[in-house]
Design a protein around this ligand. Sequence first.
Ligand code: UDX
Length: 456
Amino acid sequence: MKIAMIGTGYVGLVSGACFADFGHEVVCVDKDELKIKRLLKNEIPIYEPGLDVLVAGNQTVGRLSFTTDLPSAVKGADAVFIAVGTPSRRGDGHADLSYVYAAAEEVAKAADGYVVVVTKSTVPVCTGDEVERIVREARPDLKIDVASNPEFLREGSAIEDFKRPDRVVIGVENEKAREVMRLLYRPLFINETPLLFTRRRTAELTKYAANAFLATKISFINEIADLCEKTGADVQDVARGIGLDRRIGSKFLHAGPGFGGSCFPKDTLALVRTAEQFEAPTRIVEAVMQVNDARKGRMADRIIEACGGSLQGRTVAVLGVAFKPQTDDMREAPSIDIVGRLKAAGATVKAYDPAAMGEAKKIDAFAGVVWCNSSYEAMAGADALAILTEWNEFRALDLGRVRRLLTAPVIVDLRNIYTLEEMREKGFTYVSVGRPAVAGEVVEVAPPLERATEQG
Ligand code: UDX
């Protein structure tokens, strides 16, 4: 099958490379000439494990190519995927569909025969109807079908998610389009991945419902974590206790600083707006967003309190700024609010992240942060350590060394990656999420000049 993928952002690039790996002939299109030039040299613009190898391998054998020339990519294609951005529209929070509609029109004008135009971008329910209208108006002479095929890729494990998904959701309005889509996903289908064929509007809504439901689980467990803290219960045990019930499931019940990223915040807001528009309000999703928004700031207060209520003249070591591990993506990362507040409270922030420091440096909230080359460098001479992202390399810190490097043995772990027992044993004051705090040894913090300056 011949595929054109419009948009080489996160979703387009991963999907294009994976379809090529399935054996299809894929041409990825982007308006950004520099990006295309780099991709032609196998330079990947995003951090995603395994993507470099996949792109290079498929480009070498000629199944994957990159161009800025949309018409040439569309000609002769069996399917054209639209994978352009749908950011929140400034002012009203609706998804901005201008890039999707512009791409649909360009594709239709370039088509030279029957083709299925597939929206891969996350688009509100009924967008496919409008795409179909645009396409038909541009090319009344051609038979073009419009399908919806939402993605469920997680950053950091996108390739695995594409190749071994729990399911593929495909919204089509007729048998012909269904057959094209079935052939595209044939390698998965023969591996017994459920291909769920629905009407187009249903597929569009399924994507938002999935993300809103996952976000609901997170806000729910975060509120339960707050209640655990007040009552001395342990949220990790509660999560295990409810998650073993298969009706609930154990995933997405990790309490933390709140969800971020390019999808959940944007998609919950867009769903709420769509629901208002159709006069079927989604009150639960509204509450999920409110809980999440309020949470990020409160996490900074937790660090301030662990440091005795004031950060004036204090230094906080921050480990992890990406919204989650295995990505350099900083969009809606809780660290943006948290670090901003720590600085406003008078703290010097020393920070380290294995992948996201380059992106973080572009964000105003991080101005003045001292960027470090390792976890230990960040904590040398700091008065407290705050873990904001659960990168694997933070899970096995040499706690003896941490203890020596910090001026006071205070750890605020917003991802619950250490046990209370090991913290108690090592004498740390340890504050986590939804678990009882550990009171460590009281250490008088020396004036800054007298501090040890052991380097990581
Ligand atoms: C998400 C969806 O999982 C994916 O299906 C969709 O296509 C895009 O959005 P992603 O944003 O990459 O993927 O990350 P995900 O792993 O889902 O995490 C989202 C946020 O929720 C992160 O900030 C993460 O830290 C947080 N989270 C996740 C929790 O706080 N607790 C959890 O239990 C799970």
